[in-house]
Write a new protein. Structure first.
Length: 473
């Protein structure tokens, strides 16, 4: 088991500046399973100094050598995949089947793709007239990751940043950090030079703020709430550094008349309640035609009631607890407030579901025929709450879909794919699921409006960490 009392700076596990620590709680049992350091700004200073010291050497390292190092990390992730999935389940509360795919499988893909991409583009340049265009690393990257998909969101930053020749200071969330210690062990075993990768744990107001504001950090990549993204941007502004933001969502699922409703609604519920709704691109607003609302409500009530809720370590569990008591209380607060406001509750509610006696569980909940101005329609709840809205014309459906300050994701279901694509083109969102199309981890991921800026994953994610230089010949 990793030594969670230490942080990783300049190729060594070292004691943090202070003795403060945070409890890590298993959300299914409510038991404390670890303590991790709450770092300080001085820890950030040490880590950034190490990253700065290693920056020039890592940037000059041939791309194929960097690719080989990242390939060793990918091999380490593959070797420990089973362990990582269980660790994430205990840390986040994600059902074990999803943990294998998202918490273990996606990080492996992130490193394997980054390694291959940088190896393939080692000597690539673009010619424009008498100019030669090259891509170079920014320098020191500050990566600030969330708690809902801690390994995936961390590696979606760390892998392409390292591949591009940057050095990294990573701050994981203190809520669900345990897989990041395992990732750091794997990176250490892969033999990257000291200072190329550094880990400093702690909270956003101290460690996150120090990373964002640090004058020797050249780029900040942040994933989290829109409110926190504003604070990161404000902290980074005086140094005019690049800030990439992957923020919140209140994403619509537009169901056009004539689809196979039982199949469509199963897919919508999967997209809404994945990871217990703790997913930034969850489709949490369902838009259905007035002629189909009665049938939709009947099907939704039955499908939600049939969901298998329970111990996330059990293979049959579809739906686990929320990641923390604070998140459970936040979500149930939204549900209670919506009921008090008179919105129509179809299924679920704010009370503990039948079954588990412990754990931060919330009933999968659906409100129906909710107006566009309602708080539960407009704010990101980040839990298992689906809001059903009714439209009467296609134009009204598109207007409702775009009537949000967010623009991270959307979904469109239609009898014909071309119709769904045409509607999807009208939705202001960074990625649109068409008739239940699956998540592609190598396609660009990011949002419009207050859902952020920049893109992660695949080639576009690699380019996010590359400066552009032109030579006039």
């Amino acid at each position: 088991m990793p030594d969670y009392s230490r942080i990783f700076i300049d190729g060594r596990w070292v004691a943090p500046d202070a003795n403060a620590s945070a409890e890590v709680v298993n959300p299914a049992t409510e038991e404390v399973i670890a303590h991790v350091p709450m770092g300080s700004s001085r820890d950030v200073d040490r880590a950034v100094a190490a990253a700065r010291g290693a920056s020039e050497g890592w940037a000059r390292t041939p791309a194929k050598e960097r690719a080989a190092a990242l390939g060793r990390v990918a091999a380490g992730l593959q070797e420990r995949a089973g362990e990582l999935a269980v660790l994430a389940t205990d840390d986040v509360g994600t059902p074990i089947g999803l943990s294998r795919m998202a918490h273990a499988g996606l990080p492996l893909n992130n490193f394997a793709f980054a390694a291959q991409a940088i190896a393939d583009s080692a000597d690539a340049f673009e010619g424009i007239g008498n100019s030669r265009i090259v891509r170079e690393p920014y320098g020191v990257v500050g990566a600030i990751a969330p708690w809902n998909y801690p390994m995936h969101q961390s590696t979606a930053k760390v892998a392409p940043a390292l591949a591009a020749g940057n050095t990294v200071v990573l701050k994981p969330s203190e809520v669900a950090p345990l897989t990041i210690w395992a990732l750091t062990e794997i990176i250490e075993a892969a033999g990257l030079p000291p200072g190329v990768f550094n880990l400093v744990s702690g909270d956003g107001p101290v460690v996150g703020q120090a990373i964002a504001a640090h004058p020797q950090v050249d780029l900040v990549s942040f994933t989290g709430s829109t409110a926190a993204g504003v604070k990161v941007s404000q902290a980074a502004a005086p140094t005019i550094k690049k800030v990439s933001l992957e923020l919140g969502g209140k994403s619509p699922a537009i169901v056009l008349p004539g689809t196979d409703l039982p199949t469509t609604l199963s897919q919508v519920l999967q997209a809404a309640f994945v990871n217990s709704g703790q997913t930034c691109f969850a489709l949490t607003r369902l838009l259905v035609h007035a002629d189909e609302i009665d049938e939709v409500e009947t099907l939704l009530a039955a499908k939600v009631a049939a969901m298998r809720l329970g111990d996330p370590r059990e293979e049959s569990t579809q739906y686990g607890p929320l990641a923390s008591k604070a998140q459970r209380d936040r979500v149930t607060g939204y549900i209670s407030s919506a009921i008090d406001d008179g919105h129509r509750l179809l299924v679920g509610g704010p009370y503990r579901p039948v079954g588990p006696e412990r754990g931060f569980y919330v009933q999968p909940t659906v409100f129906t025929r909710v107006p566009a101005h309602a708080r539960i329609t407009r704010e990101e709840i980040f839990g298992p709450v689906l809001v059903v809205q009714v439209y009467r014309t296609l134009d009204e459906a598109v207007l409702l879909a775009n009537d949000t300050s967010f623009g991270l994701a959307a979904g469109v279901w239609a009898p014909e794919q071309e119709t769904a694509l045409a509607v999807g083109r009208q939705v202001r969102a960074g990625q649109v699921q068409i008739n239940g199309g699956g998540f592609n981890p190598n396609a660009p991921f990011g949002g419009y409006k207050q859902s952020g800026n920049g893109r992660e994953n695949g080639r576009y994610g690699l380019e996010e960490f590359q400066e552009i230089k032109s030579f006039q010949l």
